[in-house]
Design a protein around this ligand. Structure first.
Ligand SMILES: [Zn+2]
Length: 229
């Protein structure tokens, strides 16, 4: 992975916070030298934990997504608006993915892992892979000029890879990643302790890559021995 060489980056995700929990720190790094387009497959309408949020969850997530985009430095955002927990893998969806690949013409695609436990993540992964191949074929000219994306990487969200093939040093952007996640107010009750999860994964991956991660912003005070007066 040659971060400095990327000028255009295309990120596919199923829900509006996947790209934060996944490659958010990497995107914050890349935004200084590349144009980042984030395509979200759904509007995330099932992602609420309180019934009273049901009718406003889409607007909430749109606002939260815009705030996160500002922090992580996206150049462009698109939403396909497929139903959550029901991302289709039919021809129309494949054509949507081909069209955006041919439009953006990225140096690299980041997408979900094809064995992820979430059905929407798997669907997005499958569509990304297949559309990358089909976008390069000399067919479907109405969907844009043929284009081959040289690189594609899967990112981990909550299903962690047992043997990652690439690890990016985000010690300089971990705070931005956490700040972007804090904008996802509707999702914090859905995923309690997700901020600690993000920090923990960054530390584990940083350990693998031999980087010196910043000190934790939270203190494990509950585990300190009691001082005897
Ligand atoms: Zn997701």
């Amino acid at each position: 992975m040659h971060l400095e060489s990327y000028k255009k980056v295309l990120v596919f995700c199923a829900h509006t916070d996947d790209e934060i929990i996944g490659p958010g720190g990497t995107l914050a790094r890349l935004s200084e030298t590349a144009e980042i387009t984030v395509v979200t497959a759904t509007a995330g309408e099932t992602g609420y934990s309180r019934v009273q949020e049901r009718d406003k969850i889409i607007q909430m997530r749109e606002r939260e997504n815009a705030a996160a985009a500002q922090i992580l430095g996206y150049h462009r955002r698109e939403t396909f608006g497929y139903p959550a927990q029901q991302v289709p893998t039919d021809r129309d969806a494949l054509h949507d993915f081909i069209r955006i690949i041919r439009d953006v013409r990225p140096d690299v695609i980041f997408t979900h892992w094809n064995e992820d436990k979430h059905r929407d993540h798997r669907a997005v992964s499958l569509l990304s892979d297949e559309a990358r191949w089909k976008a390069a074929e000399h067919i479907l000219p109405l969907l844009g000029d043929f284009y081959y994306t040289p690189e594609l990487y899967y990112y981990e969200v909550q299903d962690l890879f047992s043997h990652p093939t690439a690890v990016v040093d985000i010690s300089g952007t971990l705070e931005k990643k956490l700040a972007a996640m804090r904008t996802q107010e509707s999702q914090l009750p859905v995923m309690p302790r997700v901020l600690q999860f993000i920090e923990g994964v960054a530390r584990a991956r940083g350990y693998m890559a031999g980087t010196d991660a910043p000190r934790p912003s939270w203190k494990p005070s509950a585990f300190l021995p009691q001082r005897v007066p």
